[in-house]
Design a protein around this ligand. Structure first.
Ligand SMILES: Cc1cc2nc3c(=O)[nH]c(=O)nc-3n(C[C@H](O)[C@H](O)[C@H](O)COP(=O)(O)OP(=O)(O)OC[C@H]3O[C@@H](n4cnc5c(N)ncnc54)[C@H](O)[C@@H]3O)c2cc1C
Length: 503
């Protein structure tokens, strides 16, 4: 991908999309696909906002059944399965176990009804039916769970995904179809003519240069930054978005191949403990956040809450802060509404401002395709009929190849080929092509890890990584595994020095 600032200046574009999170990236992908001259601007790295800080689930959202949001659950379950089938490299079927204790606020019968509804609402998009378990069956499957007061459990299916790469692969697809995309370009103000928005003044944060970009239509998908962005149009805007903070920790132990949904005892919310990167992802909190989205961070009390709830369920383990490899905080850009944070609906809507800018408000990761389609329908003069059960990003599609043969051709191990296919889908060969003929680039980034050095070059040359953090957190997942960082950082920096002429 080329970061072509000159092309941005030349414009004008049919559509300018502001915000390179999952929503903006998917809108740009579909717009380019529909033949629109499209530009996408992101002030940080792609997915550096909420779209790399999620629980990484494509899910219906079991708990939205409690608030009778059947439409949202049904739509999300359908979207979940579409991406699961179209992009196997970014998604993984996961079984979730909910242990149920006498002391839980939600009774067993309620969970049973919930499970029935969840499968029913999946309809033809059901991945695997749920199971109801006795306490003995739960402990047989998961002996590390606390047994005191356990009365049973349920197991159901959802999909785990790679959020940052989903976003990035939408951007890559958009550019492949002709969109002009750039990270580290921040929109500073709106250009208005006769009261209508006709472009923006943006700053290239790499060079400091101020640039004018013109477009017939503008969509703003800046998530948690919506309230402050709207104030660029008019100073007194009622808040459209309510930001709530969600913290995750990456805990050193992996408790199971299954994920767990834990009803919290402190505040009646639900938490997840999910196998991730050979460790466990534990989250999340849900508390109102009123500061600037640029300053969101993890607090001591967030970590304590997560450890306390995990300890209660996995009572046979000794949870301690020393085993936390990393932690991260993200903001849910929810539709502004009263009530406790976890009760606010995850629905979305699209609002047109008085200058004609379309704002995406609310939503969840799972429904990005629907949001993008609705935005495009508002932009295009004729309503486009979208392909219903397919959505492709850069690496989408099934890969069926002879792994030993490829390993032999590129002189790498079969494990490397398999890992690259799992990570990049049909684009795995582009990484191998970079490594071909260079034994240094075929080496693991650090001894014992599956990532190879060619992936860093690929991140720089193809995936527009601009700095160490982009590689560590949004091209690869190594940044979350703190113990590896120092050695890993030094190697990545070395490769950056060598290939920086590509930036
Ligand atoms: C803790 C947590 C867990 C979650 N888990 C899940 C889950 O498991 N499944 C699910 O479906 N959903 C989940 N969600 C919700 C989901 O992650 C979000 O709905 C989604 O990522 C929002 O995407 P977005 O594109 O709207 O926002 P963002 O990803 O935040 O993107 C907005 C982008 O706009 C950019 N921007 C802002 N201002 C400007 C400007 N002036 N110029 C240029 N760019 C600008 C920002 O840098 C940012 O990258 C979770 C959310 C949180 C917080």
């Amino acid at each position: 991908m080329i970061r072509d600032i000159q092309k941005l200046k030349e414009g004008p574009f049919d559509l300018l999309v502001i915000g390179g999170g999952i929503n903006g990236s998917a809108i740009a992908n579909l717009a380019a696909d529909a033949g629109l001259r499209t530009a996408l601007l992101e002030k940080g790295d792609f997915a550096s906002g909420t779209s790399s800080k999620s629980t990484k689930l494509l899910h219906g959202g079991l708990r939205y059944l409690e608030s009778f949001e059947f439409g949202l659950v049904h739509e999300s379950l359908k979207e979940r399965t579409i991406h699961f089938k179209s992009s196997p490299h970014l998604t993984k079927h996961l079984r979730f176990l909910i242990p149920i204790y006498k002391t839980d606020k939600r009774p067993f019968w309620m969970l049973k009804i919930g499970m029935f509804l969840y499968d029913f609402l999946s309809g033809k998009h059901l991945i695997q039916k749920h199971e109801i378990l006795t306490a003995e069956e739960v402990l047989l499957k998961e002996p590390s769970l606390a047994s005191k007061d356990l009365i049973g459990g349920v197991i159901y299916s959802d999909v785990q995904m790679n959020d940052a790469r989903f976003c990035l692969e939408n951007v890559l697809s958009a550019q492949e179809k002709g969109a002009c995309v750039a990270n580290y370009v921040e929109v500073k103000s709106i250009i208005k003519e006769n009261g209508k928005a006709v472009g923006v003044i943006a700053r290239d944060l790499k060079s400091g240069e101020s640039i004018e970009i013109r477009a017939s239509k503008i969509i703003c998908a800046v998530g948690s930054w919506t309230n402050e962005f709207m104030r660029k149009e008019i100073t007194k805007f009622p808040a459209k978005v309510r930001n709530t903070k969600g913290v995750h920790i990456v805990y050193k132990e992996k408790f199971s191949e299954r994920a767990f949904l834990i009803p919290s005892h402190r505040d009646n919310r639900i938490l997840f403990v999910i196998p991730w990167l050979n460790h466990s992802l534990i989250g999340t909190t849900d508390t109102d956040f009123t500061g600037s989205p640029d300053n969101v961070g993890v607090k001591e009390k967030d970590v304590e809450y997560l450890l306390e709830e995990a300890q209660r369920i996995f009572s046979k383990h000794d949870f301690c802060k020393e085993n936390i490899l990393s932690s991260f905080a993200g903001l849910r850009p929810l539709v502004s509404q009263e009530g406790s944070p976890s009760q606010v609906s995850r629905k979305y809507f699209i609002e047109r401002s008085y200058t004609g800018i379309l704002y995406v408000i609310g939503g969840k990761f799972t429904t990005f395709r629907k949001i993008a389609q609705e935005c495009l329908n508002l932009v295009l003069k004729e309503k486009k009929s979208w392909e219903e059960n397919v959505y492709t990003v850069y690496g989408s599609g099934k890969v069926s190849v002879n792994i030993p043969e490829i390993a032999k051709t590129f002189q790498v191990t079969e494990a490397v080929v398999k890992y690259l296919i799992d990570f990049y889908g049909i684009r795995y060969k582009d990484v191998l092509a970079i490594a071909a003929g260079d034994s240094y680039l075929k080496e693991p980034l650090i001894p014992g890890c599956q990532e190879i050095k060619a992936q860093v070059v690929y991140s720089i040359k193809v995936e527009m990584a601009q700095n160490l953090e982009d590689v560590l957190f949004r091209r690869l997942n190594l940044g979350y595994l703190e113990k590896n960082n120092k050695q890993c950082e030094a190697t990545i920096k070395k490769i950056f020095d060598q290939y920086s002429n590509h930036l």
